[in-house]
Design a protein. Structure first.
Length: 233
């Protein structure tokens, strides 16, 4: 009997390994949390600060004009326009919706009425708005009402946002020319709309095609955009 009781007491005194591991994990996570909170910068830069500052610089340049194009993924608008002579810079962002300061996740999940778009800063003495329109039409499938290539949903649909009467007239003329060419054999659904508030996307989206070249090249190829564009050259 005493032997049995001794065995029970021994069992009771044996530590529970799973419980000890749980406690150790809680202590480790708490320590890490306190450490990183203690050591994080007091003035963490806003994720939009760099691009907002750059936009302000570009808007202050008196020789530049702006154009806004929604052509599916905004990475592709940067890649299409920035190499052109006379295009100073393209900022990726969102436009066309009523919601203020939307995030990328909100837009692509359909929580807003914005489109992904590129805000193009260009020197009209080097490249004209008509030439920008030529670049734009070459980069998109203007017959797709539901997105562009692998990117589906309203935020990826196409539109030209004009900034003044001249841009509107030129955009509508270029669209009519494309319709009359009967190149596609289907209706051209790209909208022509007045420019509205443009919200830059998060910093990591800016210049994505340059900063993440391999990933962008893979995306462009397997989305179907690259082959489509090249087939029209």
């Amino acid at each position: 009997m005493f032997a049995i009781l001794d065995g029970v007491m021994t069992k009771k005194r044996k530590p529970n390994l799973h419980f000890l591991l749980f406690i150790a994990g809680v202590i480790l996570l708490t320590t890490l949390f306190v450490y990183f909170k203690k050591n994080e910068p007091l003035n963490t830069p806003n994720q939009y600060s760099r691009v907002e500052n750059r936009r302000a610089e570009l808007e202050a340049m008196p020789n530049l004009e702006t154009a806004t194009f929604a052509g599916g993924c905004f990475w592709c608008m940067e890649a299409a326009f920035e190499p052109a002579d006379g295009v100073i810079e393209v900022i990726s962002g969102f436009t066309g919706g009523a919601e203020v300061d939307p995030s990328y996740e909100e837009v692509v999940q359909g929580q807003t009425n914005h489109r992904e778009a590129g805000l193009v800063f260009f020197d009209p003495n080097i490249i004209t708005y008509e030439e920008l329109l030529d670049v734009y039409w070459q980069q998109i499938d203007p017959t797709d009402p539901d997105g562009q290539f692998a990117d589906r949903g309203y935020s990826y649909t196409t539109a030209i946002y004009y900034h003044d009467q001249s841009q509107q007239d030129l955009a509508e003329t270029s669209k009519e020319t494309l319709i009359e060419s009967a190149e596609f054999g289907k209706p051209i659904v790209t909208e022509i709309l007045p420019a509205s508030e443009f919200y830059p996307a998060e910093d990591y989206h800016q210049d994505y095609y340059k900063n993440n070249q391999r990933r962008y090249d893979t995306y462009e190829k397997f989305s179907g955009r690259k082959d489509f564009v090249e087939s029209r050259l």
